[in-house]
Design a protein around this ligand. Structure first.
Ligand code: ARG
Ligand code: ZN
Length: 484
């Protein structure tokens, strides 16, 4: 979603009495086809996305007939616009077999390019800037396997299947960062194209589904039931949560830390039989929401909670509903909560800028430690030691193996510690509030971040950040900030 552009197009459409692009001559068809093949050219994942495509909304319907097995059937409708004429729509997809595609309700030709991981759809006429179309796809079968580029994670990304074992029921869920969403959903699978979602998940009786957003009424009685969720604020595709399990849904009083003090709905999902020790990690989520919203500004979504999974995977900040392994600590809980602001609401424009998510989420761990009476400077010193011993790099990543490394996390966090030391706590807090207010719902690059920091905190703030962003070596540990 690129709302400013959309507004401009809308205004000009109203003022000129028609879509603005209709007045412009179209390039010849062959040129249009070549144009349509252009991806977003992400330096880390050059194949992802389509240049000029803007997905505004995904209406996703998934049916999981046998939880714990990989099989899936899907029926999705994407609301599309374009920022340049598109003769073909090329969605990222490496999923089950596609059985039908419709364009504004009408069957249209399509093909699947397995090597490129694309579902290619031919609309009756090119999609022009200022126009909106609905693309529907139906599919059924087994999701593709995309291996994590970070080889530390020995699991495929995207749609997960956890077979039942003993008393434990079979389960399915998404774990998609960075590029796994297109294993189960045809999508413009790149963080620069955020969108809203409606997610409907149909599961057998006795199971429950959970997904990003606010839950609506459950549909169906005896037999399969459909759980419906509305994610009304745009999020990056990798942040979409879908969970199927035998769940206990545990609610807690809402917390008034949303925009203008609005209530944030609280609910957690624990697989039946989750031990008390695992649940305890989430006992203070409301306090975490209060502490972090004081630093970061209003919580950006309508709900927050976790869905616990049984495999020992890394946690993931899926929107409004973080996905947590049974081994997660309170510190991880704070980290994933912080990602709701940094990652899900304020989103890096490309994968090279992922430290804008990880550095902030890591810094939240220090802020939480301090709020509990702990020594934040000692946390920073440990990060600095780790980097000094293990090596480090400038913040912008240049290869997939760096996306979730120490530098993205700890060096990114120390950059913020340096900004805080240079400005003092009062100005640092004001900066964070202004930053989330400015970029929530949108995306930015590292360069945008430095420009914004300079505008808000002056040359001293920018000068504190620069060496962390750019120096090949390790800048000195920033001093503890006094509460100025
Ligand atoms: N964003 C996640 C977190 O820090 C980490 C995701 C790791 N993903 C991966 N593909 N290794 O909470
Ligand atoms: Zn993180």
């Amino acid at each position: 979603v690129r709302s400013v552009k959309r507004l401009t197009l809308l205004l000009s459409a109203v003022l000129l009495g028609g879509p603005p692009a209709a007045a412009q001559p179209l390039p010849p068809t062959s040129a249009l086809a070549a144009e349509a093949a252009r991806t977003l050219n992400d330096p880390i994942f050059p194949g992802l996305g389509q240049l000029g495509l803007d997905v505004r909304h995904y209406d996703v319907a998934l049916t999981v007939a046998e939880p714990g097995t990989p099989g899936l059937s899907g029926s999705v409708t994407l609301t599309l616009t374009a920022t340049r004429p598109l003769a073909e729509v090329r969605l990222d997809f490496f999923g089950p077999t596609v059985t039908a595609v419709r364009w504004n309700g009408q069957a249209v030709p399509f093909r699947v390019d397995g090597a490129a991981q694309k579902l290619i759809v031919m609309p009756p006429t090119p999609l022009l800037p200022g126009q909106e179309a609905r693309l529907s796809a139906e599919y059924q079968g087994t999701p593709g396997v995309i291996l994590d580029p970070d080889l530390d994670l020995p699991v495929p990304l995207g749609w997960q299947s956890v077979p039942g074992e003993g008393p434990r029921a079979g389960a399915n869920f998404t774990l998609s960062e960075p590029n796994g969403t297109h294993t189960f959903l045809p999508s413009n699978d790149h963080p620069s194209d955020k969108a809203t979602f409606t997610t409907r998940v149909t599961v057998p009786q006795g199971y429950a589904a959970a997904a990003s957003g606010l839950e609506g009424p459950v549909v169906g009685g005896n037999g399969p039931q459909t759980f419906v969720f509305t994610q009304a604020q745009p999020i990056p595709t990798y942040a979409l949560a879908v969970h199927v399990n035998r769940f206990e849904r545990v609610t807690a009083p809402s917390v008034p830390v949303g925009v203008n003090g609005s209530p944030v709905v609280r609910r957690d999902y624990f697989p039946v039989g989750t031990p008390q020790g695992v649940r305890t990690v989430y006992a203070r989520t409301d306090e975490m929401l209060r502490v972090l919203s004081e630093w970061f500004g209003p919580y950006p979504f309508g709900a927050y909670g976790v869905a616990v999974v049984t495999p020992r995977l890394p946690a993931l900040e899926t929107a409004t509903l973080s996905t947590m392994p049974p081994t997660a600590s309170e510190r991880t809980a704070v980290h994933e909560l912080a990602h709701q602001w940094f990652g899900n609401a304020v989103t890096p424009a490309g994968w090279a800028d992922v430290w804008l998510s990880e550095g902030f989420a890591t810094y939240a761990e220090l802020l939480w430690t301090e709020s509990q009476g702990g020594d934040g400077q000692a946390v920073a010193a440990r990060w600095h030691d780790t980097l000094a011993r293990g090596g480090t790099r400038p913040l912008v990543a240049v290869q997939a193996g760096q996306l979730f490394d120490r530098s993205a996390y700890q060096r990114g966090a120390l950059a913020l510690h340096a900004l805080r030391a240079a400005t003092g706590d009062v100005a640092f807090r004001a900066f964070l509030h202004a930053y989330t207010a400015r970029f929530s719902g949108s995306t930015l690059t590292t360069a945008d971040f430095l420009t914004f920091a300079r505008a808000r905190t002056g040359p001293a703030g920018e000068a504190a950040l620069r060496p962390w962003a750019e120096s090949p070596g390790l800048p000195p540990l920033p001093p503890s900030s006094s509460s100025r």
